[in-house]
Ligand binder design. Structure first.
Ligand code: AHG
Ligand code: MN
Ligand code: MN
Length: 340
């Protein structure tokens, strides 16, 4: 502890003692991820000064325009994590296929999946973005990773977290023993424990959804949002507030600090897509964190962390946040099924 403050490095070593069978691997991996986030934070904060805003000129596997910082953040995560011998492989929102750790690099026992820059449509308008990561155990430690190795339900995650590049740079992590938040002290270059034991209030008056998609929503979501908008005059008997930042990591942090519910539900806009957000590197890491903070994370019909992935970039309907609100939305989904 330095001058009464707990650094991330110290916290990780203490946390490692909880991870069954952990050696220095787990601590080393988490430190390498934290280093990558510091490098990305630096690039994001310089933006236009070093010509990093704007589009990279291509599309990713998701069919979405890639920002220059999407590509750079992806490269930073790969370079920072491939060399130390902790990983058998990686997968990313920005790469079509898995990235097996190969060649001269020693392979390890973990898999790392990540969204290198979440909310990147906001980067050119200087709104908060972040990096999301999830650590799984490789089924074949030390062997070259295969696609199927990554297709594990969210309950198998060893650790999950996200960095937030906002007014301050934060790192929020869980390894199954609660949720802890760290703030980057840029003068020291260390993440400092500032938000120990984060908890999501079970009730809320705030919901987040992209309301422009209303005509595509399924009935349970439409019912829930209509009731929130009816406020005191409606069945909820209280007024609600709405937020939509279009940066899920920023919405997640708001919900961790003051409660709320986030919905990116299945809608009829594109029958090929059962939702917008991706299971492995968006919904599962956020779901692990939210559950560890006392909230819930659901598809509307099932617990997110129980979903067995069938594809690397699989999309899911995503509803998470304050426990009592997510339970209500799930009830509305069940009532529709039983009414059918
Ligand atoms: P990404 O930038 O990694 O593609 O993720 C963006 C996601 C999520 O962060 C956000 O909640 C959502 O997309 C916003 O979607 P809309 O632009 O459709 O509102
Ligand atoms: Mn994302
Ligand atoms: Mn992204």
């Amino acid at each position: 502890m330095q001058d009464g403050r707990t650094t991330l490095t110290q916290f990780i070593i203490e946390e490692q003692r909880h991870v069954a069978g952990a050696t220095g691997d787990f601590s080393g991996l988490l430190n390498d991820i934290a280093t990558a986030c510091k490098v990305i934070a630096n690039a994001v904060s310089k933006g236009a000064l070093i010509g990093l805003l704007g589009n990279a000129g291509g599309e990713n596997i998701q069919g979405e325009v890639q920002k220059k910082l999407d590509v750079i953040s992806n490269d930073v995560m790969i370079r920072s994590n491939e060399w130390a011998g902790h990983l058998a492989g990686m997968a990313s929102e920005e790469m079509d296929d898995i990235y097996p750790v190969a060649g001269e690099h020693v392979r390890g026992k973990y898999l790392l999946v990540f969204d290198p820059l979440d909310g990147s449509s906001n980067i050119d308008i200087n709104i908060t973005v972040g990096t999301i990561f999830s650590i799984l155990r490789s089924p074949n430690p030390g062997a070259q990773a295969k696609l199927d190795d990554f297709l594990q339900p969210g309950t198998e995650q060893v650790c999950a977290g996200f960095a937030l590049y906002g007014p301050s740079t934060l790192l929020i992590i869980t390894s199954g023993h609660g949720v802890n938040g760290f703030t980057l002290d840029r003068e020291v270059g260390e993440f400092i424990l500032t938000h120990p034991g984060m908890r999501i209030p079970e009730d809320t008056q705030e919901f987040a959804i992209n309301a422009s998609n209303e005509r595509f929503w399924e009935q349970p979501v439409k019912r829930y949002v209509d009731e929130c908008r009816a406020g005191k005059t409606g069945p909820r008997g209280k007024d609600f507030n709405m937020r939509w930042i279009a940066s899920m990591v920023a919405e997640t942090y708001r919900i961790l600090t003051r409660g709320g519910v986030f919905m990116y539900p299945k809608d009829t806009k594109d029958a090929a897509k059962p939702g917008r957000l991706r299971l492995l590197y968006e919904a599962n890491p956020v779901g692990f964190i939210v559950e560890q903070a006392g909230g819930l994370c659901s598809t509307g019909l099932a617990r997110m962390l129980d979903i067995r992935p069938t594809a690397l970039h699989q999309r899911v309907p995503l509803i998470f946040g304050s426990k009592n609100e997510v339970e209500r939305i799930e009830r509305y989904h069940r009532e529709l099924l039983t009414a059918a």
